[in-house]
Design a protein around this ligand. Structure first.
Ligand code: PGA
Length: 248
């Protein structure tokens, strides 16, 4: 399967910075058939800008979160239907920063995935263990519990989701999981997806957590690593494009 490389800008950027970053990416891709599918997930206020800059290009775009509610009195929330108005193809759900700083539970994350799908948006459902959980030998139990909640909610649409394995201890720390560590968790997730859908081969399972231009090729060479969710390195056009090229 062709790899999928998704940039997660987190709470970074400005109109001017986004424009030069995107133009540098598009310039770097000019005249080439990209080795991987690509998407950029921006803060909500910049989705209209991405729609303008990326429509007709090889790069899709998406949001970093979506409301678990459909509409109404939920101050500050952004609904899946609103994201669809800006032609978002993806919405990240259950990023560990949302779970950690905003108290998102497995069931809230599952509801978000369901809302996204109902609006025609592909949820990128994030799972991952903390360092304490890894050291306690709980990695498999934690990621399976997190993914099970999403699978239970989206049911027959499981083949329509993207999954991202992001060990919390690797995010933004420069401490990447080794290809072997990542692959062994990805194999567990693949098995869980295979038990839930007739089309497990359609589901991209991304790795995220300090993936960069130097380590991308060895991670992406693993049989069950179908792409990357890239934080810091997605803010530099050259680095992001090197990761995209490493997906060949
Ligand atoms: P990082 O972030 O690449 O900066 O570690 C990845 C993520 O949190 O999605």
């Amino acid at each position: 399967m062709k790899k999928l490389i998704v940039g997660n800008w987190k709470m970074n950027g400005s109109l001017a910075a986004n424009q030069s970053l995107v133009q540098a990416m598009l310039g770097g891709l000019a005249g080439q058939a990209p080795a991987s599918h690509m998407a950029l997930c921006a803060p909500s206020p910049y989705l209209a800008q991405l729609q303008l800059l990326l429509t007709g290009s090889a790069i899709a775009w998406g949001a970093q979160d979506v409301s678990s509610q459909e509409q109404g009195a939920f101050t500050g929330e952004v609904s899946a239907v609103m994201l669809k108005d800006f032609a978002c193809r993806y919405a990240i759900v259950g990023h560990s920063e949302r779970r950690q700083y905003h108290g998102e539970t497995d069931s809230v994350v599952a509801a978000k995935a369901q809302r996204a799908l109902a609006a025609g948006i592909t949820p990128i459902a994030c799972v991952g263990e903390t360092l304490a959980e890894r050291e306690a030998g709980q990695t498999e139990v934690v990621v399976k519990r997190q993914l099970a909640a999403v699978i239970h909610a989206v049911a027959h649409c499981t083949s329509e989701i993207v999954v991202a394995y992001e060990p919390v201890w690797a995010i933004g720390t420069g401490q990447t999981a080794t290809p072997e560590q990542a692959q062994s968790v990805h194999a567990v997730l693949r098995g869980q997806i295979a038990a839930a859908t007739e089309h497990p081969e359609r589901v991209h399972i991304l790795y995220g957590g300090s993936m960069n231009a130097a380590n991308a090729a060895s991670l992406l060479a693993q049989p069950d690593i179908d792409g990357g969710l890239i934080g810091g390195a997605s803010l530099k056009a050259a680095d992001f494009l090197q990761i995209v090229a490493a997906g060949a």
